[in-house]
Design a binder for this molecule. Sequence first.
Ligand SMILES: [Zn+2]
Ligand SMILES: [Zn+2]
Length: 306
Amino acid sequence: MSDTIDTCICSSCGKPLKSIDEARAICASCELENLLCNSCEYTRCMVCGGRMFLGNEYKLIKLEQAIWNFTSVFGLFRIDQDPIEPLSKGTSVFLDTGKTCLAITAGHMIVELSRLGEKYGEDAVSIGLVAKGEVILTVDSRQVIDWISKDGYDLATIAVPRMYIIDYLGCEVLSPMSWPPSDACQDDLVFTIGYAAGIQEWEPGRAKIRSSSMLGRVVSVSENNFVITPENGHSKVTFFTDGLRIPEHAGGMSGSPVFRLPTNGSIEEAELIGFTREAPREGWDVLLANHANLVYPDGLIRKEPR
Ligand SMILES: [Zn+2]
Ligand SMILES: [Zn+2]
């Protein structure tokens, strides 16, 4: 195969290709395959205009596309003025535990909700779920089932009927075979997607959002938490911002679902094992997450060591 590659050229710029790694690119929309060099990564597909991705990246974007359907921006909005205004943002994921249907995010979003409520008035601020850039579902704070934001526990569970998630937001509900899952383990290969830049452009009812994702490795595990760093060499922090600004910081990822990738690389077997709670430093070099199994099937949250 390497002999063939030596004689192959990039279908975009015409440069000879060095290795198989920079050869096979696939359109994430129509699945057209083409030969592309590293510097022509992200070239547009000549058939449908979609983005082209090299081999490993393609796997990740298919995973991202799959997970994306289960998530929304978890926004806090000022609703006492017209137009309503986004104030703060995180990420939420829709989960059916088998017992209840939940939107899950980081607990500090609820702290922020009450801080903003004190500042502007309780009725002036509302939770709004923004999915796919177009639909906003406002959520009454009485729908919050449980939350915590201290001692490394940082989670909130909100009751959202499945019907609203599917029919109104146009999203899907993640329904694992069993719940709760096992702890994250040292060296797990993980993938998370969230909304780092939150709502990037805003007109009432027509927000522009783009997800950001990270392929990472679990580098340490404690009773309630684990630490993720970007997987180097093999991959990098990838942004699928598609023409919008690239987020410089992971703020907004709070609450994003963390999936364990099986060693066979099968994306169907990716398992929800955590929720991002914090990016403690500037940039994207570390994310902290809570184990997903802190959320009980009824939506209550475990708040102390087992
Ligand atoms: Zn090229
Ligand atoms: Zn295409």
